[in-house]
Design a protein around this ligand. Structure first.
Ligand SMILES: *Cc1c(COP(=O)(O)O)cnc(C)c1O
Length: 361
């Protein structure tokens, strides 16, 4: 009588969705959290008070400004978006990637990205019914330009997504190689500059120079991950179309007001990013002192390093047992065997991490 849920699910949920496991976020309670590229610093008490005050009269009973006009204007200035370019806001850049895929997806349409790269590219392609093609990086995680161009010619991707700097490897790809890819791509190329605050390089100033380039940013890695705000910049004609796949009111009123507030204190965010960059240098040097380690150069707020063969899991567990959570990438990609990734934390957190790692090494 009662219909069998298992059978209904098997017949209704798309097989490629059933084959997935939900995005897993590890439990971090009580641990030093160095796994998710968050900014470890909070705000001074008086800034917190001023922030709360700025939210006091937020009209929670009303829908937010659907276009977030005031916020967009401030973001354009803060992120140096060229005046002729348009911006589109997302509930995190993850939502912008989804909007792009929704606007471009058709059976057989390809989303192409270098690998290892940001896992959401593949997942979102799959959700939206695009075909995902990953092109392996070289062993040193540089871009394999001939392989990228060959794959682009063969698969004619509607969308190429490249993180600049790349996650999880931390490096910046060669500028000339990226220009070739943009020039030779038949479709749209989106450069994902999630780690811009730590990179010292950007394509933002070039976004109007190519007919097929968009640049994406997020405030998450800069210190506002909890607010969920990402931004896509580019030619108004492109963004006009992509905007049609946006859910109305995707940026809630508290996020709009809080980001506007944070941008009035941009100096604070910038000084935190500077501390993170300085700590990155210290952390890389300390990691480099370990025997038999390979530490990869980073232009982001995390560092990828390779342990001796077969030891990544054991070291990851030893760290966790001692209260430090990082990311174990062993098994995530053939190029990442024995690799661990640590997010740059506060001065104290980084010292705790190095001290535990030294003992376990
Ligand atoms: C973290 C990250 C994002 C996601 O950012 P949100 O704005 O928090 O959704 C996007 N791209 C890359 C490469 C990332 O590492």
């Amino acid at each position: 009588m009662k219909r069998d849920i298992v059978e209904l699910i098997a017949s209704l949920i798309r097989p490629e969705i059933r084959a997935l496991s939900a995005y897993h976020v590890p439990e971090a309670r009580g641990l030093i959290k160095l796994d998710a590229m968050e900014n470890p610093y909070s705000w001074p008490e008086e800034i917190k008070q001023a922030w709360l005050e700025s939210l006091r009269d937020a009209p929670l009973n009303r829908y937010p400004d659907p276009e977030a006009h005031a916020l967009k204007d401030k973001l354009r200035a803060a992120l140096a978006v060229p005046t002729s370019a348009e911006v589109l806001l997302g509930n995190g850049s993850d939502e912008l990637i989804q909007m792009l895929a929704l606007a471009l997806a058709q059976p057989g349409r390809v989303l192409l990205a270098p690998e290892p790269g940001f896992v959401m590219y593949r997942l979102i392609a799959l959700w939206c019914g695009m075909t995902y093609v990953g092109v392996p990086l070289r062993n040193d995680f540089t871009l394999d330009l001939p392989a990228m161009l060959e794959a682009s010619a063969r698969h004619q991707p509607a969308l190429v997504l490249i993180a600049y700097p790349n996650n999880p490897t931390g490096n910046l790809f060669d500028t000339a190689a990226l220009r070739r890819i943009i020039e030779e791509s038949p479709g749209l190329v989106v450069l994902d500059e999630a780690y811009h605050a730590f990179a010292g390089a950007s394509f933002m100033q070039d976004v109007m120079l190519y007919p097929n380039l968009l640049v994406m940013r997020t405030l998450s890695k800069m210190g506002l991950a909890g607010l969920r705000l990402g931004l896509l910049a580019g030619h108004p004609d492109w963004l006009n179309e992509i905007n049609k796949t946006r859910l109305p009111y995707n940026i809630n009123v508290l996020t709009q007001l809080s980001v506007e507030f944070a941008l009035r204190h941009q100096g604070l965010l910038e000084s935190q990013a500077q501390r993170i960059r300085a700590e990155r240098t210290w952390l890389s040097a300390e990691l480099g002192k370990l025997g038999g380690v390979t530490v990869y150069p980073s232009r982001a707020n995390f560092i990828l390093f390779r342990t001796a063969a077969g030891r990544a899991g054991e070291l990851f567990n030893a760290l966790k047992q001692s209260g430090v959570l990082i990311k174990n990438l062993h098994g995530a990609s053939p190029l990442l065997d024995d690799c661990l990734r640590v997010t740059v934390g506060t001065e104290e957190e980084n010292r705790a991490f190095i001290s535990v790692l030294n003992k376990a090494w």
